[in-house]
Design a protein. Sequence first.
Length: 168
Amino acid sequence: MFSKSKINDPAPANPADASKPATPATPAAPEASKAPAGDFRPSAPKAKAPASMLSTDLHIKGNVKTSGDIQVEGEVEGDIRAHLLTIGESATIKGECIADDVVVHGHVIGRVRGLKVRLTSTARVEGDIVHKTIAIESGAHFEGSVQRQDDPLSKGGSKPVPTGSKSE
């Protein structure tokens, strides 16, 4: 259908090369795109790391802090701060739980603060909850007060005002 005209092909510099077909020159890769040998910059964005897991046989006395996700199945006596905090059915937390997202399947004795807080049907929380949004499934056990705040993660917020307790 279409054919390339040989009129625009560059003439070979050496008459001996006239018998060889002209090949288009491929531009060399720019030097700026080649990373030096010691440069370890990633070429693509990093994938999100999997959640850290504290297994059922682990007992921690002290605070736990991460900017990532964490799933607790064991026992923690101390505060936990994370991006996503999942408290498993076999877990017991004695301390404050602070995260953007908190999902409680197990037992928490202490305050829970999160932008999104979810108590599943197996959850047992003994303490106050400060949240932006909350979901409590039927069957969850909760004793304490609930307060909605636009920024529940900041410590500058006022103390929660008791609104009664809920126990199902």
